[in-house]
Design a protein around this ligand. Structure first.
Ligand code: SF4
Length: 288
């Protein structure tokens, strides 16, 4: 069974490092993730691919998993060893079963993994378009929007022609980008041990509020997806680091009056620099 300090270290210190790595490139985590490893070990070369027509709704299952699983951290996953063990074993089993039925990452990593929408939002303009060594012989198991294969073209591939119109707002990618800042705020407003009703009402209520607010703002101002997606991604990342920083410092016993403000300032600067870079690259791509 997992002792409490191990669970605390995983949730409060290891997990917040993932969004940080996604801002650089999601491929790093996708190359070493234990569940992705199981998925690839079980993968069936004769398994199914994700058909092109499925890609229209393929962003939704992972979002649904995120909405179900992340609030469940407050209900027990954060502090109950049994619940945490059940999650780890259950996820490992699902990664293996779907690995047997689909080619490469088509059934788990690129369809239902709850981390996938975050990888795509934060990893939309990776520092370098490096391929995943695990997929050196790509079988195109996922025809559009695979972060390992498409790199900086992941979101444009998913949105297709809709990225140049307002239609992007109603795609899974658009809905997620608008709702995710609220999702993060709703999660951190609830303490561990709150009831299921309170937890899900907070997360879903704040997500809806965020979706309406940011979606309306993008619609009214005709904000292009190439600006809105990085902007809302940066907003979500900034909120996440702001709220997660105290827990990470407590876990490693970092004390001192200036430690938290300095860490928060450094993380916000990093997110700001990431957003500026996305806009520079977007302008360069438009001119090119
Ligand atoms: S790189 Fe190719 S084989 Fe690997 S997950 Fe992406 S589409 Fe599938």
């Amino acid at each position: 069974m997992w002792p409490q300090p191990v669970m605390g270290f995983f949730w409060n210190f290891v997990l917040p490092l993932l969004p940080l790595s996604f801002l650089m490139t999601p491929v790093l985590w996708r190359a070493v993730c234990p569940l992705a490893t199981l998925n690839m070990l079980a993968a069936n070369p004769r398994g199914r691919q994700l058909p092109s027509e499925v890609m229209r709704w393929a962003g939704w299952p992972a979002m649904l998993m995120l909405v179900v699983l992340v609030p469940a951290r407050h209900l027990g996953l954060n502090h109950e060893p049994m619940a945490f063990t059940a999650l780890v074993l259950g996820a490992a089993l699902v990664a293996c079963v779907l690995g047997r039925q689909y080619q490469a990452r088509a059934g788990f990593c690129n369809l239902i993994c709850p981390v996938l929408p975050v990888e795509r939002l934060y990893g939309q303009l990776p520092l370098a378009d490096i391929g995943n060594p695990r997929c050196s012989d790509c079988t195109v198991c996922t025809p559009r929007g695979c972060p390992d294969l498409a790199g900086s073209k992941t979101l444009p591939q998913l949105l297709g022609p809709l990225r140049k119109e307002r239609g992007w707002l109603m795609t899974a990618t658009g809905v997620f980008a608008c709702a995710f800042p609220g999702f993060i705020a709703g999660y951190f407003r609830v303490p561990d041990g709150a009831s299921a009703m309170t937890t899900y009402a907070s997360v879903i209520g704040w997500s809806l509020f965020s979706w309406l607010l940011l979606g309306s703002a993008a619609r009214v101002t005709s904000l292009a997806s190439r600006v809105a997606l990085p902007l809302y991604g940066a907003l979500a990342a900034a909120l996440y680091f702001w709220f997660a920083a105290p827990g990470a410092l407590t876990t490693v016993d970092a004390r001192g009056a200036y430690v938290l403000p300095v860490l928060r300032a450094a993380l916000l600067l990093l997110v700001g620099a990431w957003f500026v870079r996305t806009q520079r690259l977007a302008v360069r791509a438009t001119r090119g």
